[in-house]
Every structure is written in C-alpha cells, then in structure tokens.
Design a protein around this ligand. Structure first.
Ligand SMILES: [Zn+2]
Length: 506
C-alpha cells in the first residue's frame, strides 16, 4: 500500500478512468508505466471507497440528477410526510448515493424554499398552496389535483392569464394607473356620486318612514352612521403622481430569468409596504385597493365603501348612454349592498367611526335578532341542485341582509331620481325589449348574478362561501320585495312572491 500513496491524484484518477473504460490491470499498467499490482491496488481501493474518491473536493453535497430530482418531487408530492432519510434511501435503492443536505438543496431549488421534506406538512397549507402555481411543473400538477377536487376544473389557468394576473397584482398601482388612463372616464365619478347620494338618502328615508322595529334613539344613531359612511370611487389619488409610482417600483428589481425569485421578492415588497404603516395613523383618505379590481367593499373598521375602477364597467355600471334603470339595478344595488353591510349582523357592532361600540338599545337588538332569524330560515330552505346541498342561512346571513337592503335602497333611489331629475316622466323604453323601466331595474340586477358552476365548485361555495349562490341572491331578495312582485305581477305564494312570509331587515 505504501507505493500507491506515492502516486499523484492525476495518475490515480487516470487508472480509475481506464478501468471504467473496460481496460485490464496489465494494459493500464503498460500504458501508464506502472506495475500491474500497483494498478490493482489503486482500483481495489477505489472500489472500496468509491464515494470518497468521487466526492467533489470542496466537500459540497453531490448534485442530484434530473431523474433523481423528479423522483424526490414526486415522492414529496404523493407522500408529504416523507423524511429526508427516506428519500436518501430511495435514491440509494435506485443507484444514486446522496446526502440529506443535497436532498434539502434539491427541494429548495424546486420551490420548497427553506423547508425540509419532513417539514412540508407543518407549513401552512395556504402558504404552500398559494406558491404552487409559481413553482415547477410537478408542483403545478399537485395544484391541478387540488383544483380538480375543490372546483371540478380539469385544466389550470393558461400561462398568459396567470402572468397577466401576476403583473396586475404585483404592480397594482402602476398597472392601475395604466388601466385608468385608458379605461376610466372621470364622469363616472359624477354618476357614482349621484347613485351614492340617492342610496344613502333611501336608507335614511326607510329608517325614518318604514322601520317599525327600532327605537328612536338607536334610529338616530343609525342615520348618523349612514351619513358618516365615506365613499371611495375609482382609484386612490396618489397613483396619478408619477414620482410616487416610480419610487415605489424602484424597490423591486425583477429578473427575466428568475420567476419564482420574482414572486418571493414581491411578497417581501408587499410585507414591507404593509409593515411601514405599523403604529402610524392611516389617513382616512388612504385606500389600498387595486384600481383594476372587479369588486366592491365595505370596511367596518373605517366605515367606508369602495368601488374600484374595475367595478365601474358593464354589466355593473352602464353610464349615461343607457337607461338609468340598468345602472341603478346593477351598480346601484351594489352600492346599497355595501352601505347595508354597515348595518348587517356584524357591521352593526361598529359605530360611525369604525370602533366596536354598543350603540344599540337592547330592545332594538332583540327585534333585529327576530328579523334576521326570518332570513336565516328563508335561505336555509333553498336547495341548490348543482351542489346537492341547501344554502346555509346563518353562514350567508350578512350578505343576504346586504342584498335585500341594497335592492330596496337602489329601487327607492331610482324612483326618486325619476321623480326629481325627470319630474316624474318615465325614461324612454328600450326598443324591442318590451319591459317597463321597473322591470329593467330588476332584470339588470339578475343579469349581474348570471353564473355557472361545476358541482365541486358549487359544494365549495356552499361550504366556505360568504355569499348565497348567485341564483338565490336573486330569488331570495326579489321574493321578499313587494316592488318586484308588483313589477312582474307575481302571485302571492309563488316562488318569487313570499307574500306574508317575506323577510325584511332594512
Ligand atoms: Zn357583501
């Protein structure tokens, strides 16, 4: 053995290489000018300590082949509780010897940043799930499996769609600015002002004239709260400021070659932006909604309603070239819906400044509870065929209160608008449709809720959605409302006219 030690590493490696190439000890010895026994000793030693010789000099863990990585990812996907040790053994059985450290590296490189295989199930499901769509194909597949079970879909969002969404939600103020420059007309704000004023008036008017269950003191506080609701329309002013937008984006340095890294970087960017507000007073004028969002909001802690530019489009917002009945029936009901959230089973607990406060008298609370029980029972009875389940009246209560109130407020505001702005003259009818303006109002509301669900998604909606299924958002609110019954002449006791059994909170 003494002799083998004298050979340089170069010569030893050459001996091994020639051996691997299939040469005998004698031939190798001849070629390199070494004794046959020396060559034999080197090769025996190599066989015995194969791994030691092969390991890279730096001592860094061995890189795993693509096949090995696929195997690891598949295993972790199918059996998330697999330990690193088990993965090491699996790979060994398949002919590759690796360390636990290299398994960790492979997992990190494939999107399971800083988690060992063993720790995967301990990570929040939501966190991992939210990142899956940004990871490699294997993890994408597991997202597909999840989506298939929860929504019934058989394909993932196309890449272009995913990428547009990513940019839209990441560069939301810059993207929002581009959107409003092209698609938002400032006169939409004027019409929204008209709608919001009308609907606020309608809520207060109904509290004064039609509410027979609330005591006077609580009523006056409710009216005060309604008057204090701050409405925000379109986009926050600061996005018109180029300097602000440019400074904001400067904090990001996105790379064309590191998609997952970009995702992680933007998550950090959002977290830092949020944390920057910690222990600071947030001005009431500030709002953090993405202008391109197609949705509307009520915030109980700030007593605000918000309508981003994305929501102010058809079929919600119809603008000045269409009958007002269409806009009042769609965006109008949505304005009413958001305003009424301030007075639903949860929002009622906050005062006009957004502080949790007991501003109701006990008698008004107990009468409110009777009113909402009627609605809980009503919606509990709806059976949604697509889901094979009944609507959950209690779970969807707040949204149902908002839908019912919103419809009444918007209709009342519409009639008031006809009364004052048109001195009582009905709007011109739409040619060829044969519906009255009041009928169009309700049709426009139903139109907004048009939808289609797979049964898995329908079940998911029932089990974890805050809203009733779209069909029952229409049927539920309309069948409670005498103006709808009148507009379409629905007989008492029919599905669309609950008559005496109608429920009403606001
Ligand atoms: Zn709502």
């Amino acid at each position: 053995m003494g002799k083998t030690k004298e050979l340089s590493k170069d010569v030893r490696d050459k001996i091994v290489d020639l051996h691997k190439a299939g040469m005998g000890y004698k031939t190798i010895g001849k070629q390199l000018g070494e004794k046959e026994t020396t060559v034999g000793a080197i090769i025996r030693k190599w066989k015995k300590h194969k791994m030691t010789i092969n390991r890279p000099r730096s001592g860094a863990p061995r890189k795993i082949s693509h096949r090995g990585v696929s195997m690891i990812m598949r295993k972790v996907r199918d059996q998330p509780r697999t330990t690193r040790e088990e993965l090491v053994n699996d790979l060994k059985a398949a002919g590759t010897t690796v360390t636990k450290k290299s398994i960790g590296n492979a997992l990190r490189r494939n999107g399971l940043k800083s988690c060992s295989a063993r720790k995967v199930p301990l990570l929040k499901k939501a966190h991992v799930q939210a990142r899956l769509k940004f990871a490699n194909e294997h993890l994408n597949d597991s997202e597909k499996a999840w989506e298939k079970v929860t929504t019934g879909t058989t394909s993932l969002t196309p890449r272009w769609d995913k990428c547009v969404n990513y940019v839209e939600n990441t560069l939301m103020y810059a993207g929002g600015r581009m959107f409003i420059d092209k698609h938002f007309q400032e006169d939409k704000k004027l019409m929204m002002e008209e709608l919001i004023d009308g609907i606020r008036w309608a809520f207060v008017d109904m509290v004064e004239k039609e509410n027979d269950w609330m005591d006077e003191v609580t009523k006056s506080k409710a009216k005060e709260k309604a008057h204090s609701v701050l409405a925000k329309v379109g986009y926050p002013e600061f996005i018109l400021n180029d300097t602000y937008i440019n400074e904001d984006i400067k904090r990001l340095s996105l790379s064309e070659k590191d998609y997952f890294g970009n995702v992680m970087q933007t998550l950090r960017f959002f977290a830092q932006s949020d944390i920057a507000w910690l222990r600071k007073t947030v001005p009431r004028s500030e709002w953090f909604t993405n202008p391109t969002t197609v949705n509307a909001f009520y915030s109980s802690s700030t007593n605000q309603i918000r309508f981003p530019a994305g929501e102010l489009q058809k079929p919600f917002f119809w603008g000045l070239n269409y009958p007002r009945s269409l806009s009042y029936g769609a965006i109008g009901v949505i304005v009413g819906h958001e305003l009424t959230h301030g007075f639903d089973s949860n929002g009622r607990k906050y005062d006009k400044n957004g502080n949790m406060d007991h501003w109701w008298s006990n008698t008004s609370i107990s009468r409110f509870n009777d009113k909402i029980q009627c609605m809980i029972n009503q919606y509990n009875e709806y059976h949604w065929e697509e889901a094979g389940l009944n609507v959950r009246g209690k779970r969807t209560l707040a949204e149902n209160i908002a839908d019912n109130g919103g419809m009444r407020e918007a209709f009342r505001a519409y009639r008031k608008w006809v009364e004052t702005d048109r001195t009582g003259r009905e709007e011109p009818l739409l040619p060829g449709i044969g519906l009255t303006n009041n009928q169009l109002f309700f049709l426009s509301y139903a139109h907004v809720r048009c939808n289609s669900y797979r049964s898995a998604a329908a079940r998911e909606q029932i089990q974890s959605g805050a809203h009733s299924p779209p069909k029952y958002r229409v049927v539920g609110a309309m069948s409670n409302y005498e103006e709808f019954h009148r507009a379409y002449s629905c007989p008492v006791g029919s599905v669309m006219n609950r008559g005496d059994k109608s429920c009403r909170v606001w």
